[in-house]
Design a protein around this ligand. Structure first.
Ligand code: NAD
Length: 295
C-alpha cells in the first residue's frame, strides 16, 4: 500500500519503521528535517510537505503532539487536505481532544476524504516492537481498510465508535492512569511516614483488589527513585486538559481528574514536566515531608 506518514517523533519514527518492515511504500514528512533524513535512510521517500505526502498516498497517517498541530498539518496551508486525493484516508494516531478529531473529520469529509482517529497506548517500547493498543473512531468500512496497516504497528486495534470515539477512549485510559498513580502515591507516602517499608506494603497489596498494571509499573519506580520517562508529565497534563475540556462541553463533572490536572501543572512549574508521571508521588511527598523509599 502507498502510505504517507507525518510526524516522526518518539512514536512516529518506530511506527513508520514497522510499516517499512511490513513492505509498505512509505513517504514521510516532519517539520524537523533530521527526523525525515533518518526515516529516508531506512527506506522511505522524502515528502516536501504534508500536502505532498498526502498527494502520493492512499492512506496518510499523522502522529503529532496535540490538536493544534493536527489541525495545522491536516487543514492548514500546505496540510494534508491540500494534496489528498478524494477517496483517500487520513488516520490520525495522535492523542488529541475528541472535539478536534470531529472537526478534522468534518473538514476531511468536505473534501471527500475519509478520516479515522486512532490514538495509541503503550509508549515508545511498544511502538518499537509493534505491540501498541490502538483505539479507533470512525466508520466500520474505513476501519476495515486501515486495519492491516494498524496491525503492523499494534497488537490490538479496536473500533470504539464514530469519529472522536478513539480519543474519548484514550482520554478514559489517561484519567484512570492519572488518578490511579495519585492514589498509589498517597498510599505509599502514608505507609512510609508510618515507618513501614513501602516495598513491603507494595508486595502485600499487589495481589489484592488494589493491585493493578499501574501499581506494578509505577510503585517500583517511586520506591527506586527512578523518574526517567516513560510517559512525560507534560504529555499527561495535555491529555487531562483535553479530557476536562471535552467533559466541560458535555457538562460532565470530573473532580478527581481536575485535581490530578492541578498537581501536574504544579509539577511542570517545578521543572518536572519531562519526568515520568510516577513523579506525581513527589508532590504528595513534599506535603508530608517524607520520601517514599526503603528504610
Ligand atoms: P514528539 O513530540 O516526540 O513527536 C511529534 C513530532 O511531530 C515531532 O517530530 C514534531 O517535529 C512533529 N510535528 C509537529 N508539528 C508538525 C507539523 N505541523 N507538521 C509536521 N510535523 C510536525 O511526540 P510523541 O511522543 O511521538 O507523541 C505523539 C503523540 O502520541 C502525542 O499525541 C502523544 O500524547 C501520543 N502518545 C505518546 C506516547 C509516548 O509515550 N511518547 C504514548 C502514547 C501516545
Amino acid at each position: 500500500m502507498k502510505v504517507g506518514f507525518v510526524g516522526l517523533g518518539i512514536m512516529g519514527k518506530p511506527m513508520s519503521r514497522n510499516l517499512l518492515k511490513a513492505g509498505h511504500e512509505l513517504v514521510v514528512y516532519d517539520v524537523v528535517k533530521t527526523a525525515v533524513d533518518e526515516i529516508v535512510a531506512a527506506g522511505a521517500a522524502r515528502g516536501e510537505s504534508a500536502a505532498d505526502v498526502a498527494a502520493r498516498s492512499e492512506i496518510t497517517i499523522t502522529m503529532l503532539p496535540d490538536g493544534p498541530e493536527v489541525e495545522a498539518a491536516v487543514t492548514g496551508p500546505g496540510g494534508v487536505l491540500g494534496g489528498a486525493i478524494a477517496g483517500s484516508i487520513v488516520v490520525d494516531m495522535s492523542s488529541i481532544s475528541p472535539l478536534v478529531a470531529q472537526k478534522v473529520a468534518a473538514a476531511c469529509a468536505a473534501k471527500g476524504v475519509e478520516f479515522v482517529d486512532a490514538p495509541v497506548s503503550g509508549g515508545e517500547p511498544k511502538a518499537i516492537d509493534g505491540s501498541l493498543a490502538i483505539m479507533v473512531g470512525g466508520k466500520q468500512e474505513v476501519f476495515d481498510k486501515v486495519l492491516p496497516l494498524l496491525q503492523c504497528m499494534g497488537s490490538s486495534a479496536t473500533l470504539t465508535g464514530p469519529a472522536g470515539a478513539g480519543n474519548v477512549t484514550k482520554l478514559a485510559n489517561q484519567i484512570m492512569v492519572a488518578v490511579n498513580i495519585a492514589g498509589m502515591s498517597e498510599a505509599l507516602v502514608l505507609a512510609t511516614k508510618a515507618g513501614i517499608d513501602p516495598e513491603v506494603v507494595f508486595n502485600a497489596v499487589k495481589g489484592g483488589l488494589a493491585g493493578s498494571t499501574v501499581l506494578n509499573a509505577k510503585a517500583p519506580m517511586v520506591i527506586g527513585r527512578n523518574f526517567k520517562p516513560g510517559f512525560r508529565i507534560r504529555l499527561h497534563q495535555k491529555d487531562l486538559r483535553n479530557a476536562l475540556s471535552a467533559a466541560e462541553a458535555m457538562k460532565v463533572s470530573l473532580p478527581f481528574t481536575s485535581l490530578a490536572q492541578q498537581v501536574l501543572i504544579a509539577l511542570m512549574n517545578k521543572g518536572c514536566g519531562d519526568l515520568d508521571h510516577s513523579a506525581i508521588a513527589t508532590f504528595i511527598e513534599d506535603m508530608a515531608g517524607v520520601e517514599v523509599k526503603r528504610p
